[in-house]
Design a protein around this ligand. Structure first.
Ligand SMILES: *Cc1c(COP(=O)(O)O)cnc(C)c1O
Length: 396
């Protein structure tokens, strides 16, 4: 069973949520109480061995942790590098998201609240939240842009099967950013009995920090696992970046190591690469904005990376030069998706296929031959098989 290191900052409760110039807590007065209560509850829970034991035992016995690190022998040979995958795709519900929602559902109960709400784009965070709510006996409402409810009808049905209500948001572009706005509005109205379960390392403090803490199990497992395999930290640690939670959870254990850290964004949603600083969704970070400072839409083959901003910790890691952020285009992602399936028998989600696409493109260039590379396989590709089949013209 994995043990998570306790962070002295959390135990003393003196982390103010600022990652350098980024992060913070930019919220309406009406949410202040709820956010402060959440921060206090999280800090107390994180220092409470009983909470930790419950959290970890659910992740183990229900979530399927610890997830293995797998060496890709065939791909390593053809790329001329040593490629290892941290297998979050093997978790219950098919991605790393379960690590976060179990934690937040337990906090909901600890605060004496009975209902959980969430926003979702592709539907993956909605399904994960609905799963945790079913397991722990909480009521659950998921806000989803109307356009996304049409594009992701099967995930809407999954959430309903799991006992959740799904609300189609008809404002704005009817996608993820509008769902976030709506969930925040709804939270103001029902904050007494309701917790807002944010799906990535974004939003006002304590969310970016708290979600990172719930996701750091990825890196804390992976570091000893890869050390046992290669006797060292890898030369490169790579993860895809949407809001940035699987990357933040992976990077945390390696920040003080010798490994180079690389986050890979979709070219059409490169918030670190092409965004500018701003204050949106409760935090100061990097966002894709128009000339008036309004949030622009991100575009990617992978709906899970469609968030036009990024968590503040990534803006910070980029600003201080500790992590580097690169982007890949949809075409590169589609071919990496197929390559991993063919060469290793692993169908990746389109999101981590971004990480692989970067590795394939840069092997022998930015990633010298012979390098050891750890890639977080944040999720499995079953959910994307139909999308890819359409893109390849298979159904025509
Ligand atoms: C949601 C999701 C992501 C993107 O979210 P992050 O917060 O950036 O990790 C990446 N991979 C998979 C499989 C996802 O479901």
């Amino acid at each position: 069973m994995t043990n998570l290191s306790q962070d002295p900052k959390a135990i003393s409760g003196d982390f103010d949520g600022r990652f350098g110039d980024f992060g913070g807590r930019y919220i309406p007065e009406s949410l202040n109480h709820a956010v402060v209560e959440l921060e206090r509850t999280f800090n107390e829970a994180w220092a409470d061995p009983e909470f930790m034991a419950t959290y970890l035992s659910i992740l183990n016995s229900y979530g399927g942790r610890p997830s293995p690190v797998t060496k890709c022998n065939n791909l390593s040979r053809s790329l001329g590098i040593e490629l290892y995958l941290k297998r979050e795709d093997l978790n219950h519900t098919g991605s790393h998201k379960i690590n976060n929602v179990i934690g937040q559902a337990l906090l909901t109960k600890r605060m004496g609240k009975t209902r959980i709400i969430a926003e979702t784009g592709a539907g993956q965070h909605g399904v994960a939240t609905a799963t945790a709510a079913a397991l722990l006996g909480l009521k659950c409402t998921v806000y989803m842009g109307e356009l996304d409810t049409e594009r992701q009808a099967l995930n809407v049905f999954r959430m309903k099967l799991l006992g959740s209500e799904v609300v189609a948001v008809t404002s704005g572009s009817r996608t993820l950013k509008d769902a976030i706005n709506e969930a925040m509005r709804e939270w103001v109205a029902c904050v007494e009995d309701t917790h807002y379960c944010i799906g990535s390392v974004m939003g006002p403090h304590p969310y970016p920090y708290m979600v990172r803490q719930f996701q750091k199990i990825i890196g804390e497992e992976a570091r000893p696992q890869i050390n046992a395999l290669i006797g060292n930290d890898p030369d490169f640690v790579i993860a895809c970046v949407g809001g940035g939670s699987n990357a933040a959870g992976t990077f945390h254990a390696f920040v003080e190591s010798r490994s180079a850290l690389i986050g890979v964004e979709p070219a059409g949603g490169a918030a670190v690469g092409r965004g500018v600083p701003g204050v949106i969704h409760g935090m100061r970070s990097q966002f894709l904005q128009d000339e008036f400072g309004q949030l622009q839409e991100a575009h990617s083959v992978s709906a899970g990376l469609d968030y036009p901003g990024v968590g503040p910790e990534h803006s910070y890691l980029s600003a201080i030069g500790r992590a580097q952020y690169e982007s890949v285009n949809d075409e590169e992602v589609l071919s990496a998706f197929q390559l991993l399936a063919r060469s290793e028998g692993i169908i990746p989600a389109l999101e981590p296929a971004h990480g692989l696409a970067y590795i394939v493109r840069e092997a022998g260039k930015a990633i010298p031959f012979g390098s050891s590379v750890l890639l977080t396989m944040s999720g499995r590709g079953d959910k994307d098989a139909e999308t890819v089949a359409h893109m390849l013209g298979y159904f025509q």
